[in-house]
Write a protein that binds this ligand. Structure first.
Ligand code: HEC
Ligand code: HEC
Ligand code: HEC
Ligand code: HEC
Length: 492
């Protein structure tokens, strides 16, 4: 008996030594070094944190093509994907300003400012204010030079005011880090004001792993005066929100509350309009399963990764699908195929509803066009019906923009995305009914289908004369959309 016990413990000892002797050494944390508090240049940070610098610089590289179904931004096929060709109704709805001329899928952080210099100049016509969620110098520049000296300066002149070496620098170490980079922080003034508006104080470390991204991946407006000229720095329409509850209803109420939110005039309807940009933080934090479970943006977009003998947060921020879903495996035991299928399950449904809501809203825009022409010819229009049609239209339009501008095609919050699009379809349906009633009153019958004439809006756009690219268009994965609108009526 004693012999047996001795033998067993000897075996255990051997196993113990084999295990620890042969296992790879545990990865270590990267050592901390000295960085000056006002150091903007990532190359200087890179002298102390070479692995992080190299990983951050990798956002410059194209990602493997064919790995993401809906976010084919900057992949190694080097094709630029045009959102207006992917969702052609956007060409009609955004006609009247820069977004209706050139609107591309995002690419890596490295190109944030470069892409602004390369895109059709109409997109940066407001001036220096457009650098708000791009250059790390924005806060210092707007505080030093103000409205006339910087925010309203023609875009290229504003860029030329930045230190020469760092003019095209986008999201930089200093945006997210204190000199000790184990402490995350945020630097953007607009986010500081936004957090004040929702009374959010003292964010935890896990919340900062979200807010570092919310410095830019939030919606904002460029405030205007009554002549629609730029009147200040970007602001977040969050005044009706709370932490974990910045709803589309609250955002729309804020956006429609005063003229300073009206940034452009929609050509087809002649309406002055607000706009919504990349609301990743707002959609995600509105009670998504992951937000409620305490998961942050960085968990999925900056997973821990092994570099040599160190474990670092991956700074090559991109779509998790383009990074082999390594991030998900930190928490999920399911296979890559299962996770990919779950992402597509949500995205296919969202894309289908985006098409339904987008075309229904575009149909209303064309009916307003016909109605306004009839009014010009003297047709009488009942004002309360007209106001109701317009109000329902605005409600539909802003919901369509919200989910379309959000970059996860529903994944960040599947149920909320479905809810918002369902409401958009209902608001557009109500508006169309009222518009048809008004047109009938004026003796006009728009017919079974309203011709959208999309080719007119999508071809020959801007300085480069951009055209619709048919093979980039997203079609309804469930094939229901053709029941609502024929190809002939689309007019492409
Ligand atoms: C200073 C502003 C800023 C900050 C901070 C920022 N982003 Fe971005 N992000 C951008 C811009 C601008 C783009 C689009 C760049 C382009 O298309 O040229 C972008 C693009 C992306 C993309 C698409 C990349 C691709 O390969 O297509 C992802 C994913 C992303 N950001 C996630 C994040 C996450 C996660 C965080 C926080 C860890 C974050 N971003 C912080 C501004 C920012
Ligand atoms: C649970 C994981 C998860 C979390 C948390 C998460 N994302 Fe994502 N994100 C994804 C997935 C999956 C996609 C879809 C990628 C695709 O379709 O290629 C995506 C897409 C994106 C994109 C578009 C990527 C591209 O290539 O164009 C951006 C930008 C983005 N997320 C930013 C954020 C921000 C900001 C947060 C926090 C507010 C966040 N994400 C939180 C998983 C996550
Ligand atoms: C968009 C925001 C963002 C930018 C830009 C950024 N980081 Fe980070 N960084 C993070 C996040 C998020 C973490 C994870 C921190 C945590 O969990 O506390 C991190 C972690 C780190 C760490 C701690 C160790 C680790 O790997 O988790 C170091 C060091 C670091 N970053 C260096 C850099 C350097 C150097 C640059 C510029 C070349 C940079 N970062 C740019 C967001 C950013
Ligand atoms: C930091 C941990 C963490 C990461 C990283 C993470 N998840 Fe999750 N995920 C969770 C938790 C927690 C839940 C809640 C359900 C549960 O307890 O299993 C969840 C739920 C889900 C669900 C079910 C959602 C629902 O609506 O019921 C899916 C699908 C999912 N995750 C996919 C992903 C994908 C894809 C990624 C990578 C892009 C990812 N997750 C990354 C922790 C994580």
């Amino acid at each position: 008996m004693k012999k047996k016990a001795l033998f067993l413990s000897a075996c255990l000892l051997i196993v113990f030594f084999l295990w620890y002797g042969c296992a790879p050494p545990q990865p270590q944390q990267f050592p901390t070094g000295e960085i000056a508090a006002d150091e903007y240049d990532p190359e200087v940070w890179g002298k102390v944190y070479p692995l992080h610098y190299e990983s951050w610089l990798a956002t410059k590289e194209p990602k493997p093509a064919g790995t993401s179904k809906y976010k084919r931004g900057w992949d190694d096929d080097l094709i630029v994907y045009d959102k207006l060709s992917e969702f052609p109704f956007l060409g009609l709805l955004y006609n009247g300003w820069g977004f209706g001329i050139e609107y591309n899928e995002p690419r890596g952080h490295y190109y944030a400012v470069t892409d602004q210099l390369e895109i059709d100049p109409s997109r940066v016509s407001p001036g220096g204010v457009c650098l708000g969620c791009k250059t790390p110098f924005h806060r210092q520049m707007s505080e030093t030079h103000g409205l006339d000296g910087y925010l309203k300066k023609p875009f290229r002149e504003a860029v030329a005011m930045l230190p020469e070496k760092l003019q095209e620098l986008g999201p930089a170490c200093i945006d997210c880090h204190n000199p000790d980079p184990w402490e995350l922080t945020t630097k953007k003034a607009h986010l500081e004001n936004g957090l004040l508006a929702i009374a959010k104080q003292d964010p935890s470390r896990q919340e900062l792993r979200m807010l570092a991204c919310a410095q830019c991946h939030v919606t904002y407006t460029v405030p205007r005066d009554q002549q629609m000229k730029v009147a200040g720095d970007i602001t977040l329409p969050w005044r009706n929100g709370k932490w974990g509850d910045i709803s589309i209803e609250g955002i729309i109420e804020d956006l429609l509350s005063d003229y300073s939110r009206l940034e452009w005039t929609q050509k087809v309807t002649g309406f002055k309009m607000p706009f919504i940009r990349h609301p990743e933080f707002e959609l995600f934090s509105k009670g998504s399963v992951h937000f409620n479970a305490g998961v942050a943006c960085a968990d999925c977009h900056m997973p821990y990764t092994r570099k040599g003998s160190y474990k670092i947060s991956d700074h090559d921020v991109t779509s998790p699908l383009k990074a082999d879903l390594r991030a998900c495996a930190q928490c999920h035991t399911q296979s890559k195929e299962w996770l990919t299928e779950r992402i597509h399950h949500t995205q296919d449904r969202t894309a289908s509803l985006i098409l339904r809501a987008g075309y229904a809203t575009a149909t209303c825009a064309k009916l307003f066009e016909t109605l306004h022409a009839a009014q010009q010819d003297g047709a009488a229009v009942a004002p309360e019906l007209y106001e109701a049609a317009k109000d329902n239209y605005m409600q539909a339009f802003l919901r369509v923009v919200f989910i379309n501008a959000e970059n996860s095609t529903g994944f960040h919050n599947p149920a909320e995305a479905g809810r918002v699009l369902g409401d958009a379809i209902a608001f557009a349906g109500r508006s169309e009914g009222l518009l048809r009633q008004l047109l009938a009153g004026a003796g006009l019958d728009p017919g079974l289908e309203v011709a959208l004439e999309l080719g007119k809006y999508l071809n020959g756009r801007g300085e480069a004369g951009l055209d619709f690219v048919p093979d980039q268009e997203f079609h309804d994965p469930f094939d229901n959309q053709p029941h609502f609108l024929s190809d002939a009526a689309k007019g492409l």
